[in-house]
Design a protein around this ligand. Structure first.
Ligand code: FAD
Length: 474
């Protein structure tokens, strides 16, 4: 006979099995491990997360090595009523996670293969492959794949919410490049999901993936690349604070061609800790001459430093390495909007510098990104659950600190930035890219018009709502 009950121990949840108290790890070792592909796949800790703010705090971790490990783990957890959460890149910062010592993290990092077909027009990416691993494999294969722009991000973690990246001006969002997915759903079964097989699930996974299952791999379009295709011109243009309005206006005035991307950062100078205004252009196949011409409006403002250079595909994300630093508290507040308005950005700057100067908060930042959207908008917006095709710009504030006594001030900074963006967004209602959401948004804000259909598909595929940790659709 098995009687289960939770004991209020501070760090360990014990369950009563056959009259004996055992930890969740021991229980998994006894009951789940024999069903897994290897003997030592259960551990106490998951790989470090990007942010420790409101982060999942599991009692045990299953380090899956095969897709059938995912299936048996989901089946087991559902049958035993054990909460669980897939972890891929571990970059999700939303406060919607609520996994504690009673729960299990399914660490997907072992599912990291990236396999190209013979003509390099398709890549099958493992559910645990991060951006760095995906790009390195693509680079070696001589192909380009749509990924996020930071190496530490889970490739599919980003794509399942939409998937913004340097190449989307040419190839559209990550969701638009997905051809099929292998998915473990709430019944513990593996499904091959595509436009012709499980079309509803295919639609829903591309925008709300973490609510419907665990994707063990996805086959996406890839683009065979010449030596020239593998080059990009990128770097930082640094400005003084008093040039902010001119920089914002220059970004507003840019016409982004498909090969162009522009980022704006408020970040501390790494050596002095001084808050800086940094515009970061990217031009696919660009060089110093074509780059300066494409971004002439930003050069006209007169940057005080310029680190732009030509980089090969496998180094495009190098500049964002410091953004990938693990740990610390990094809650994010984000909004989508239509126009760059200098007065809005002056207000955000003031909120940023006020927080950034607090002890231990120097690494805090504000990030804006804008892509050419013509290609993405040529694709029917009802073809996937991703609802953000209409949004021109996305930005977020990231208070970055270690001392929870700063929580209230961090929230004040984040809310001020988000309120400023929302109040001047030019959108009929608030919209936030789900993968940038803070976690307190109404579901309509992150799922938009897709929400009604998503609710119906969620009821069909996850009637007990076991995938409930990420902007949970109810
Ligand atoms: C430094 C940084 C840079 C970023 N850059 C970009 C960018 O360039 N483009 C962009 O679009 N977004 C970007 N993001 C946002 C990013 O898309 C989200 O943070 C995303 O949730 C991260 O996925 P992950 O796998 O790294 O995180 P995780 O925390 O592991 O996953 C986030 C959620 O997705 C679920 N999930 C992850 N993988 C799977 C899977 N295979 N199957 C089912 N569910 C899964 C998890 O269970 C969790 O609920 C960035 C975030 C950070 C912190």
């Amino acid at each position: 006979m098995k009687v289960a009950g939770h004991f209020p121990w501070p760090f360990l949840t014990l369950v009563l099995v056959g009259g004996k108290c055992i930890s969740l790890i021991e229980r998994l070792q006894n009951e789940l491990s024999p069903q897994l592909s290897g003997d030592n796949l259960i551990s106490a800790t998951a790989p470090l997360r990007w942010s420790d703010f409101d982060a999942p705090d599991p009692g045990a971790v299953v380090n899956v090595a095969t897709e059938s490990d995912v299936a048996v783990t989901v089946k087991y957890c559902v049958a035993q009523d054990i909460p669980f959460l897939a972890q891929n890149g571990g970059n999700g910062w939303a406060t919607t996670f609520h996994l504690n010592k009673n729960g299990v993290v399914i660490n997907l990092a072992g599912l990291n293969t990236v396999i190209f077909n013979a003509d390099r027009t398709q890549a099958t990416i493992g559910g645990g492959s991060n951006v760095s691993n995906t790009i390195n494999n693509a680079y070696d294969a001589g192909a380009l794949v749509l990924t996020g722009n930071c190496n530490c991000v889970g490739t599919l973690g980003a794509i399942l919410g939409g998937g913004y990246g340097n190449l989307m001006g040419e190839y559209s969002f990550g969701v638009d490049n997905v051809l099929s997915l292998r998915v473990v759903t709430a019944d513990g079964q593996l499904h091959d999901v595509s436009a012709t097989s499980d079309p509803d699930l295919f639609w829903a996974l591309r925008g709300a993936g973490p609510n419907l299952g665990i994707v063990t791999s996805a086959t996406v379009r890839s683009y065979p690349a010449s030596e020239e295709d593998m080059q990009g011109w990128a770097g930082d243009l640094v400005y003084s604070e008093d040039q902010l309005e001119d920089v914002v206006q220059a970004i507003q005035d840019l016409t982004l061609t498909p090969d162009m991307v522009i980022f704006l950062y408020f970040l501390a100078d790494p050596t002095t800790g001084t808050p800086s205004v940094i515009a970061s252009p990217f031009l696919h196949r660009g060089n110093a001459t074509t780059g300066k011409a494409a971004y002439s409006s930003l050069y006209a403002v007169g940057p005080i430093a310029d680190t732009t250079t030509v980089l090969p595909y496998n180094q495009w994300n190098n500049a964002s390495t410091s953004l990938c630093t693990r740990g610390s508290f990094k809650p994010g507040w984000a909004a989508g909007f239509q126009n760059m308005i200098p007065s809005t950005w002056r207000g955000i700057w003031e909120a940023y510098v006020a927080f950034q100067k607090l002890p231990g908060a120097a690494n805090s930042g504000v990030l804006l990104e804008a892509y050419s959207l013509n290609k993405a908008r040529s694709i029917d917006s009802s073809s996937s659950a991703f609802p953000n095709r209409n949004v021109n710009f996305n930005a977020f504030a990231i208070p970055w600190y270690n001392d929870s006594s700063l929580d209230a001030k961090a929230a004040a900074f984040g809310n001020t930035a988000r309120d400023l963006l929302r109040s001047t967004s030019g959108l009929p209602r608030n919209q936030t890219y789900v993968n940038f959401g803070h976690g307190d948004e109404e579901l309509e804000v992150v799922y938009g018009d897709s929400l009604t259909r998503l609710r119906s598909i969620k009821r069909q595929y996850d009637p007990k709502n076991v995938f409930n940790q990420w902007f949970n659709i109810q």
